[in-house]
Design a binder for this molecule. Structure first.
Ligand SMILES: [Zn+2]
Length: 327
């Protein structure tokens, strides 16, 4: 049995786990529910038993453990997560074994994987922008994610783009996330569709549609969907223009559920971004390469780094991209 690390991507609803060898071979992937409703202690206990079970499945002691977690994070501790509800959890509390461990912020760890293994492999400076339930970004500088002075960096989803606009759950007004996250696109379309149909024939619940459906309706020319989709593109172009002018990325790597729409999103977004950036070339938009496995693969890189292999991943074959995805 070859030596391996245990990699865990801890999300608000589920955890993706994997066993990854020194050469980048994925021996196993697994998924477990995050028992967020039972409190932070239950989440920590689930993480510990998941790591134990994965290590046992590998048939030995892992060389290291890497974890991608939400919230405010250092390499040694999970400081705060509104999503999970924990405060000041040392990395060693999350791992039941006496092995080296390294933590990373979930989005930045996904960005690290895209940087070392994925769409940013040959890029030095880029923005990794996963657009899902929410929007956060990973600023990649010289190949490494940058979290700012205290770890709050990358909250591009809460950049106000329409200051007179709709309230955001964060308390600000007109945040990017309020217009352009997958859940915002679904919510904004559903609300408008409900308002425009007769209450006698349709309740709001009856017209709830997913962002994927809004994308399909946009492609088929539905005026309401096109309006909502257009607002999302407009909001993204504003935020990306700001980011580009400040940091001059060589590319923007789009990930998450909304990016699955492909050219339906990236074509109008590239056009609007270039129109805004009057005096310079807009950075090219790229599709993320690692999909939903980015966080777990980034955690594997952290696990190998914890074990002392700081160049982990640089020699991994691109076949890692074709490895079995997390179920
Ligand atoms: Zn906000």
């Amino acid at each position: 049995m070859s030596s391996f690390v245990v990699a865990l991507d801890v999300g608000g609803t589920s955890m993706k786990g994997g066993l990854v060898t020194r050469s980048g071979e994925i021996l196993r992937t697994d998924r477990r529910a995050t028992p967020r409703d039972r409190g932070p202690a239950a989440v920590i206990a689930t993480i510990r038993s998941f790591i134990d079970d994965l290590a046992a499945a590998g048939g030995g002691t892992p060389e290291g453990v890497g974890l991608a977690v939400p919230g405010l994070v250092t390499a040694e501790a999970a400081l705060y997560s509104a999503n999970i509800g924990w405060r000041d959890v040392p990395a060693t509390d999350l791992v039941p074994l006496d092995v080296p461990v390294m933590l990373g912020h979930d989005v930045r760890t996904g960005g690290l994987a895209e940087s070392v293994l994925g769409a940013g492999r040959e890029l030095s400076d880029f923005l990794f922008l996963p657009i899902g339930t929410g929007i956060a970004g990973a600023t990649i500088l010289h190949g490494e994610p940058y979290g700012g002075s205290a770890g709050w960096g990358g909250e591009i989803g809460h950049i106000p783009v329409f200051p007179q606009g709709e309230p955001c759950a964060c308390g600000q007004i007109g945040c990017l996330e309020t217009y352009a996250s997958a859940s915002a696109v679904a919510r904004r379309y559903s609300t408008r569709a409900a308002a425009s149909s007769s209450p006698a024939v349709s309740s709001p619940a009856a017209v709830f549609v997913t962002a994927e459906r809004v994308a399909a309706l946009t492609a088929s020319g539905d005026p309401l969907a096109m309006e909502v989709w257009g607002d999302a593109v407009e909001a993204l172009s504003l935020a990306l223009a700001t980011y580009t002018l400040l940091l001059d990325p060589s590319a923007v790597v789009l990930g998450g559920g909304l990016a699955e729409a492909g050219p339906l999103l990236s074509d109008p977004l590239a056009e609007r971004l270039q129109e805004r950036l009057t005096f310079r070339q807009a950075p090219p938009l790229r599709q993320a390469a690692l999909g939903m496995s980015a966080g777990m693969l980034g955690a594997a890189l952290l696990g190998w780094r914890a074990a002392g292999f700081t160049d982990a991943g640089t020699t991994w074959s691109l076949d890692v991209l074709k490895s079995p995805r997390v179920p």
